[in-house]
Design a protein around this ligand. Structure first.
Ligand code: ATP
Ligand code: MG
Length: 596
């Protein structure tokens, strides 16, 4: 495997005397040795009377017993600028009303409760209330079309769904016959009387608001099912990862250590709760850590985002490479004159964060972006650039306390074994940890294939260096084999986006009789740059110089946009299928404007 990329980007050295505040994880090395999951348990309360561990209790109700009921839990900013603050006490009462509403419909432990709506306060209330009732919660991204909604509701045995009248009419109504198990639909906001007359359709106000605002959470053994999360579908049909209440230990640890949340922080996670990041780190972890979360209903727009950062005095910001690259397209000018002095820590997840983007953070915000790695299956952040560690741009950081990672290869005995630094292999995590999935819904064989002995195999290729930093190489399915080299698309893409004309790049292998596969790149340009033969040659030359002829792309094609999942990840499998005229597979999570 080529090791071309890392050396070029200088290390970002952390100076402890320059921290805006001392990080929670001051000595990551020592903590890795000393940390036990029982430590995270000791930060939490557990249900009264030893009745177990419930995510919603730790996220919300617990704070009232510690005198923090008046603190703002959620600061909601609507599309048209309206604002609503929900204190911890209010959120506790509202979620209890929702739990009571579920009980009044005969729903409770183990029942599938789905939410399908934009980032409205009721979404947060419903998810927390359903967790209090021990229902199994599945968020669905509100931009899904009817088909992905129907398949997920069927798979997850949805009994009740919370949505808006508009989404119901556009996407769900026609599916009701196909979903006989979906007994109840709760509509948030003003619903036309004709809709409310349909079987099982309820108005939120009538069903929920009149309920008592106290609720005793039933005993919740830590292994009780909590959330069912569907993966992004980047590599194929989305899988349903089943999670349990014990995961809250990992949310507490990672909120504190990976995101450095202190209880007076103003925190903003830009991910939609329709995806696991938006739930684990848009709802659960920040509430468990007692912070104020900013919730922005509007979709991405650089000016709006910068307004939010400045006006709300956001101190910790968790976002994604796709958004960072969109901001980079516009340069630093829109940031001129803004006061972002409250900002202390910026993190990113979801896709590899190109070194260029890490460094751009410093230029634009005075702080680097801290990449971290995890997946729907792991339930929480596993590998991270934490505040106290130097950053090696392009690396996703080091395993968090409580997490043991390794790079493994399969030996002749048929089992995986850890390999040393500098060698590429599959990223593996030693089982168990509290937030790991407990199964893939209806896919036992697939779940079983993720494990070899004590190792969970992530399906991602990476390497570790001498210092213990992990470097993402690519998804096992995306890696390119060319003339005896294994080429990770990420390092080729990162080299391309270093060029000032390139906003985004997606790299795939095209089958070739002589060398196995040849590297091909698809490139989207920044505003002000035109696709041309000359630019094409220049980019090929730039890539050859950076990567060497063996790894650089042999051809480049310009595209206005690259196909992405709705969570913003580049879908290399689709670039490849389209290039080769192969079946396109599951497109349910493709951004709609990309669909043919
Ligand atoms: P599917 O499993 O359905 O194909 P997906 O893997 O994109 O979709 P998620 O669970 O949302 O679904 O994403 C996790 C994956 O995203 C990781 O396995 C990894 O491939 C990628 N990823 C996440 N964070 C990073 C990161 N910091 N660096 C590199 N890759 C990352
Ligand atoms: Mg995956």
């Amino acid at each position: 495997m080529s090791t071309a990329a890392p050396a070029r980007w200088p290390r970002i050295v952390k100076d402890p005397t320059a921290f805006k505040r001392p990080p929670n994880l001051a000595d990551p090395q020592a903590a890795r040795e000393r940390f036990r999951w029982s430590d995270a348990r000791s930060w939490l309360d557990g249900l009264p009377g030893g009745a177990g561990l419930n995510i919603a209790h730790e996220a919300v109700d617990r704070h009232l017993q510690h005198g923090r009921g008046a603190r703002i839990a959620l600061r909601w900013i609507g599309k048209t600028g309206e604002r609503r603050d929900l204190g911890y006490a209010e959120l506790a009462a509202a979620s209890s009303r929702f739990a009571n509403a579920l009980a009044s419909l005969g729903l409770g432990a183990g029942d599938g409760v789905f939410v399908l709506m934009g980032r409205l306060p009721e979404l947060y209330v419903a998810m927390l209330g359903a967790l209090k009732a021990r229902a199994v919660v599945t968020p669905l991204f509100s931009a899904f079309g009817p088909e992905p909604i129907a398949t997920r509701c069927e798979m997850g045995d949805a009994r009740l769904i919370v949505t808006t009248p508009e989404l119901y009419q556009r996407k769900l109504r026609a599916l009701r016959e196909r979903l006989p198990r979906l007994a109840h639909v709760v509509l948030v906001g003003d619903a036309p009387p004709a809709l409310l007359a349909e079987p099982g359709v309820h108005a939120w106000a009538a069903l929920v608001d009149a309920q008592p605002d106290t609720w005793t959470i039933p005993a919740t053994p830590p292994e009780s099912p909590s959330l069912l999360h569907f993966t992004s579908g980047t590599t194929g049909r989305p899988k349903g990862a089943q999670h349990v209440h014990e995961a809250v230990l990992a949310h507490a640890m990672t909120g504190r250590y990976a995101l450095d949340l202190h209880d007076d922080d103003i925190y903003w996670c830009t991910a939609d709760p329709g995806w696991v990041t938006g739930t684990s780190y848009g709802i659960i972890a920040p509430l468990v850590c007692g912070v104020t979360s900013v919730v922005v209903e509007a979709e991405f727009d650089a000016a709006t985002w910068y307004d939010v950062l400045e006006r709300e005095r956001v101190s910790v910001w968790y976002t994604a490479p796709t958004a960072i690259r969109m901001m980079m397209r516009l340069g630093t000018e829109p940031l001129a004159g803004r006061d972002l002095s409250a900002l202390r820590f910026m993190a990113s997840v979801g896709e590899p964060l190109n070194p260029e983007a890490v460094v751009w953070g410093r230029e634009a915000f005075g702080l680097p972006f801290h990449d971290n790695w995890w997946q729907t299956e792991t339930g929480g952040i596993m590998i991270a650039n934490v505040p106290a560690l130097d950053i090696l741009p392009g690396s996703m950081g080091q395993p968090l306390p409580g997490i043991t990672a390794a790079i493994v290869q399969r030996g002749t005995d048929g089992h995986v074994h850890p390999v040393g630094p500098g060698i590429d292999g599959e990223l593996a995590l030693k089982t168990p940890w509290p937030s790991m999935m407990r199964g893939y819904l209806n896919e036992q064989a697939r779940y079983a294939k993720c494990f070899d002995g004590e190792w969970y195999l992530t399906g991602d290729l990476a390497r570790v260096d001498d210092e213990g930093y992990y470097w993402f190489v690519g998804r096992a399915d995306d890696v390119i084999k060319s003339a005896g080299h294994l080429i990770g698309p990420f390092e080729v893409e990162s080299a391309l986006i270093e060029h000032p004309a390139v906003a985004e790049a997606g790299v795939i292998g095209i089958p070739d009789e002589t060398v196995g596969e040849v590297v091909k790149a698809f490139v989207a340009l920044k505003p002000g740059f035109e696709a041309s033969e000359a630019l094409n040659r220049e980019l090929l030359g730039h890539a050859r110089k950076r990567l060497g002829a063996a790894v650089a792309p042999k051809s480049i094609e310009f595209r206005t946009n690259l196909p992405k999942t709705r969570s913003g990840k580049i879908m290399r499998r689709l670039l490849k299928a389209r290039e080769l005229g192969l079946p396109e597979g599951d497109l349910s999570t493709l951004e709609s404007d990309e669909k043919k």
